[in-house]
Structure formats: structure tokens, C-alpha cells
Design a protein around this ligand. Sequence first.
Ligand SMILES: [Zn+2]
Length: 107
Amino acid sequence: MARQEPNRKQRGPGRPRHIPQRTCVVCRRTLDKRALVRIVRTPEDGVIVDPTGKRAGRGAYLCHEDQCWEQAFKTHVLDRALRAELTDADRARLREQRPRPVDSANT
Ligand SMILES: [Zn+2]
């Protein structure tokens, strides 16, 4: 029996599923989009973590490395990526909203 995905629209003939790649703004590693955390600058809510990846606004991606998050808070790499100056409130919010790394962390 062939595996089929009933409710998925096809985007072309026999095309393998494409996983979008994004780059962590700190370590510059390129990873699956799902393996990264999207940070987005919104007009209403300031700079926030975007778990859905669907918020409109200028976005930047961070991987799950503690170092990258520390660097992101210590340096202006996020400010540059988002073209905005992060406030202390923004940084505190990001710290709170940071998703827990997935269990399958391979070291
Ligand atoms: Zn990183």
C-alpha cells in the first residue's frame, strides 16, 4: 500500500518535500527551519518569539544553542538582523519565551 497524504495539496509533479533552510543569526549554521527559533519584530508586541513562524514582520532565526541565545542578548546581532534596537523589555521577553530545546538534542 502506497503512502499517501490525503489532504495535502500537491505543488508539482512528484516533487520531494522541501524543507526550508534558515541560518542562525549568531553561529551562522544553516539548519532546517523547524530546528530554529524564529524571532519576529511586530509593530504591536515588540520583538517576540514566533512559534508558528507565521507572524508578519521582520524575522531572524536562532538555533537552540545556549551560547547563541547568550550572544543574541549580549551583542547587537539581533538588532541588526531585525533592523531595530532591542529594548531591555524585548530581551527579557525573549528570554521568557525561549522554547525548551527538543529532547532529541544530539551533542
Ligand atoms: Zn546558533
